[in-house]
Design a protein around this ligand. Structure first.
Ligand code: ADP
Ligand code: MG
Length: 399
């Protein structure tokens, strides 16, 4: 058996015309001697009738938040619908397609509803179907608890489903089909002259995905990397060869920077010693926040102040904690973290200086910076994101 996982994102399955393109990709794989296992997301994006966000808006927030089990059941519906409709269209074009839920496909998760973790995969049904020459069309984004409750795998979960199944089935490759030609040097919605990356390492793409590039979910990259299965990102609507993700990445390429991405909705938090003189909790701020599961980034501790960033989603939790300990603080809201990523920047002096110089000379204020061996982060005001990414894209000749 030569299994290939073919995962199709929401826009790829949203119209009959696009589903015909999906069918072409499946037929091509069969023609090349592969046994495809298809994974689908819910149809369309926010605002469209069967998209997950649309379904979620049908019930009250209060109900959803107090009943995560019900929320997950509702969130699974988008994929149920798309796997049945996709199977219908495939069947009509001569492919013996069989829709399967995540649970039927053998994905067992813990019961952490809305962000469940896969704890076991038993792909027996898939193997049975494939060996009969049939094509399973698995609902992405979902699994089932040992007790038989539906769960979902969190944002970007259909990519994760594809990798989970790819690893369990020891697939030859995992193909992620979407609405762009592959992984680009920057989000093409923000940078007009972003270019396609032909080959990239798991590590670099993990960084890009983890730092905001929504084109693939970081968890999916991690699982494929552990199983050492090549990932391919391709466009459903074109015949572009896409991006190959493997262990080595592009050995030929000498670019220092591989790509630029950003995370929005960040808040910079500044806590000054001078405003908290005599408050012994000042020293414990990071521990207090960690104990409340608030994740912090860009942490800088100076003798006279502590600075870090948080997601805007946890602003109220942070404020409640700091206020309950009478700690004074300042917030800079509406920030974004730009991440400049490239495995070859390791050991090359001057990259950070070049980034800062480029931003400042374009009147873009840099609020904070950090670096690791593969990534440089700059915190900037959200209003400057598009310009900053374009400036850096040009500075490092990525077009
Ligand atoms: P799907 O529904 O197929 O999973 P997503 O919206 O999750 O699609 O991912 C595709 C989108 O990712 C593209 O439309 C693009 O705007 C965005 N994106 C962000 N960063 C990048 C990047 N570096 N390369 C390509 N696409 C990117
Ligand atoms: Mg996606």
């Amino acid at each position: 058996m030569k299994i290939v996982i073919q995962k199709f994102g929401g826009t790829s399955v949203s119209t009959p015309e696009r589903r015909q393109k999906v069918i072409e990709k499946v037929k091509q794989a069969i023609k090349e001697g592969y046994n495809p296992v298809v994974v689908v997301s819910a149809m369309g994006r926010k605002g469209e009738p069967y998209a997950t966000d649309t379904l979620l808006s049908l019930v009250d927030d209060k109900f959803k938040n107090s009943n995560k089990l019900a929320q997950d059941l509702l969130m699974c519906c988008g994929e149920f619908i798309s796997s049945v409709i996709m199977s219908n269209d495939m069947y009509n074009s001569g492919i013996d397609a069989v829709p399967l839920t995540g649970g039927q496909a053998g994905v067992t998760t813990n019961s952490n509803y809305t962000d469940a973790k896969c704890i076991d995969v038993n792909p027996k049904k898939i193997i049975d179907l494939v060996s009969q020459g049939r094509v399973p069309v698995v609902t992405g984004f979902q699994g089932m608890t040992q007790e038989g409750y539906f769960t979902t795998l969190g944002r970007g979960g259909s990519d994760t489903s594809a990798s989970i199944l790819g690893a369990a089935l020891q697939a030859e490759s995992i193909e992620i089909y979407t609405d762009v030609d592959g992984i680009m040097t920057a989000d093409p919605r923000l940078v007009e002259d972003a270019t396609l990356i032909d080959i990239i390492s798991y590590n670099e793409v993990f960084q890009l995905a983890d730092q905001g590039a929504s084109v693939i979910h970081p968890k999916a990259v991690e699982i494929a990397m552990k199983a050492n299965i090549p990932l391919l990102i391709k466009n459903t609507m074109s015949n572009s060869k896409g991006t190959l993700i493997n262990n080595l990445g592009d050995k030929e390429n000498e670019r220092i920077i591989t790509g630029i991405t950003h995370q929005k909705d960040r808040i910079q938090v500044l806590i000054k010693l001078s405003e908290n003189e005599g408050n012994f909790k000042y020293q414990d701020v990071l521990d207090l926040l960690a104990a409340n599961k608030i994740s912090l980034d860009l942490i800088n501790i100076f003798p006279d102040r502590q600075v870090f960033t948080i997601s805007a989603k946890v602003k109220h939790v942070l404020e409640n904690i700091l206020e309950s300990f009478k700690l004074k603080y300042n917030l800079v809201e509406d920030c974004s973290t730009i991440a400049v990523i490239g495995s070859r920047m390791n050991g090359r002096p001057g990259v950070m200086a070049k980034i800062i110089k480029a931003l400042i000379s374009n009147n873009i204020e840099v609020l904070q910076t950090a670096d690791s061996n593969m990534t440089i982060w700059c915190l900037i005001h959200e209003k400057n994101v598009k310009e900053a990414i374009n400036v850096l894209h040009k500075t490092f000749n990525l077009a």
